[in-house]
Ligand binder design. Structure first.
Ligand code: PEP
Ligand code: MG
Length: 588
């Protein structure tokens, strides 16, 4: 069986299916017959014992891996699961209210969690996320489901799921999990972005019905063409084995493009940097030949935990990134961009109906000034040690920008008063990812030091096509004429004010977009670490004057498919790299 989806992360993976089913998060009110209370209580005790056992094993595993901070989380959960407050409330909801066990667990966890989140003590507020997490675990144990994060077995696995969280992907054991396929998500979802930076082949929007795949079935994930092959024939296995070898060989050959500047074939230098979410990724970006960091998504520092990193901890991370990539190399640190598909448990923000249009990114920072100031102080302190710039995400209005810049000034004043060193001329830039900012780019360009175009969001907002929704993937397309025109306007506005303009959205690494962007005069490309070498190779084969001609033709067209065909034809008339062919799906 072949399931067609959208390619989310290139490469080929072969392994056994491990199915991760979505938790039942909203149980209907479920009452039981009073005569079955004893049986339901027994079921609960068994689930509590199993949950405690899982937590002890996870605690031991993380300690064994030397990750004490994570281990502490499980220790805390173990304590809470043994604590009478939660368990006796669940028991009474079963015995006195005749609730079914799963429903009793949800209700009890929610009662306690919402009580905690209303308290003034921030420590206790944070515990509410833990209580909900424990409730999920007990419910899963009640329905006898496996622990998703259990210590992996030794076989190569392909994860099959409705959806996977970015943090879940980030903590996977790459030796075991070799690829994944999901029903939901988009090519620019953060789950897909992390998969690309880990080099983990992935397809989204393919597995429309999880029941069609059985646990342990052999699966091929073709992250180039967006196919999932279930139960492949011997022939499929052989030909995909070969494709995989060829792909890996090409990656190896690309190493020749590691230590050189990025220059078009007619000699124009462009900057090619990496997008990262951790210190580890900064090191691998350096190994991949990145010239710097064009986007550090700092929100990942805040996400995998239930507390907030303080100023010193953040400073150390920013410092380590500078050290990993080198003190001369540019490092753009973007302030926290929580919201959308990135949740921050510590803030315990309510679920929103339209999270990408909601309380997100700079909107949160401007409301939670203490949090913002702490981050700005940490970035400024690190700026004394390297070539750091500060970037604000999701700026929509000039007023937001001035408030954010005032916060930087206030943080600078504080540090100066305390005699703490920092770079007084640290450049301040903004993401151009909201159409409002793109439309007013000429005004913004007079105020900031640089632009970085965030196409992952700019495309979804311009086209009103959710980047997480495979159903509208066909509209979430950077080659749409409206998007191209908007990007071109932004670049022209920046050039007119002589400020540097780059792109850190995924479009910057897409072979079909790269010649158009060069033609528009884009100066900086920031891509995921795994795309650095292929992007450098591709740019080195492109003549910028020819790209300008191509752009002229493309901007005349009204249809994204025609624009695509126009770029493909242009490539076909030139010496296209094999990596480009692979990316275009012509790898046979
Ligand atoms: C973007 O929107 O293009 C971007 C780079 O930011 P993020 O993917 O983190 O939203
Ligand atoms: Mg964005």
């Amino acid at each position: 069986m072949i399931l067609q989806g959208v390619p989310a992360s290139a490469g080929y993976a072969i392994g056994k299916a491990r199915i991760i089913r979505e938790e039942v998060s909203h149980q209907p009110v479920a009452k039981i017959d009073p005569s079955t209370v004893a049986g339901e209580l027994e079921r609960l005790e068994a689930a509590l014992a199993r949950a405690a056992d899982e937590l002890s094993r996870l605690h031991a595993k993380w300690i064994g891996d030397g990750r004490e901070q994570e281990a502490e989380i499980f220790e805390g959960h173990l304590y809470l699961i043994r604590d009478e407050e939660l368990t006796s409330l669940i028991r009474s909801k079963i015995a006195d209210d005749y609730f079914q066990a799963e429903f009793a667990v949800r209700e009890a966890a929610e009662d306690i969690a919402s009580r905690l989140s209303r308290l003034d003590d921030p420590y206790l507020q944070l515990r509410s996320a833990d209580i909900r997490d424990i409730g999920d675990r007990i419910c899963r144990c009640l329905s006898n489901k496996q622990e998703e994060r259990a210590a992996p077995g030794s076989e190569r696995e392909i994860l099959i799921a409705e959806d996977l969280l970015p943090t879940y992907i980030a903590q996977l054991d790459n030796e075991v999990v070799v690829g994944f396929a999901t029903s939901l998500g988009g090519a620019t979802s953060h789950t897909a972005i992390i998969a690309r930076s880990l080099g983990l082949p992935a397809v989204i929007g393919a597995v429309t019905n999880l029941e069609r795949i059985e646990e342990g079935q052999t699966i091929i994930v073709d992250g180039v063409e967006g196919k999932v092959i279930v139960d492949p024939s011997e022939e499929d296995l052989a030909s995909y084995g070969e494709l995989r070898e060829r792909y890996l060989r090409r990656l190896n050959e690309l190493r020749a493009f590691g230590n050189r500047p990025t220059r078009t074939s007619d000699g124009h230098l462009v900057e090619l940097t990496a997008n990262i979410g951790s210190v580890k990724e900064a090191s691998s970006a350096a190994d991949c030949g990145a010239e710097g960091i064009g986007l550090f998504r700092t929100e990942f520092l805040f996400m995998e935990r239930n507390d907030l990193p303080d100023e010193d901890e953040q400073f150390e991370v920013y410092r380590d990134i500078v050290q990993a990539i080198g003190p001369e190399a540019p490092v753009v640190i973007r302030t926290m961009d929580i919201g959308g598909d990135k949740e921050l448990p510590a803030l315990n923000l309510p679920k929103e109906q339209n999270p990408f249009l909601g309380f997100r990114a700079i909107r949160i920072s401007l409301e939670k000034m203490d949090l913002f100031k702490t981050q700005l102080r940490a970035i400024l302190r690190a700026s004394a040690l390297g070539n750091i710039s500060i970037m604000f995400p999701m700026i929509s209005t000039m007023q937001e920008l001035s408030r954010a810049m005032e916060a930087v000034e206030a943080a600078k004043r504080e540090l100066a008063e305390q005699g703490v060193p920092f770079d007084r001329a640290v450049p301040i830039g903004i993401m151009i990812e909201v159409p409002a900012a793109a439309i007013l780019a000429d005004r913004f360009a007079k105020v900031v030091d640089f632009f970085s175009i965030g196409t992952n969001d700019l495309v979804q907002y311009t086209m009103a096509a959710d980047r997480m929704n495979a159903k509208v993937m066909h509209m979430n397309n950077g080659l749409e004429p409206a998007v191209l025109r908007l990007i071109y306007n932004v670049i022209q506005a920046a050039v007119a004010e002589r400020i540097p303009v780059g792109m850190c959205g995924e479009m910057a690494g897409q072979p079909l977009a790269i010649p158009l962007l060069l033609g528009m005069g884009l100066q900086k490309f920031s891509v995921s670490g795994g795309s650095i070498l292929a992007t450098r190779e591709l740019i080195s084969r492109i003549d910028r004057r020819e790209a300008q001609e191509l752009l002229k033709d493309a901007l005349e067209l009204d249809d994204p498919d025609k624009i695509k065909a126009c770029v493909e034809k242009w490539y076909a008339n030139r010496q296209a790299s094999i990596m480009m062919e692979v990316a275009l799906g012509k790898s046979q």
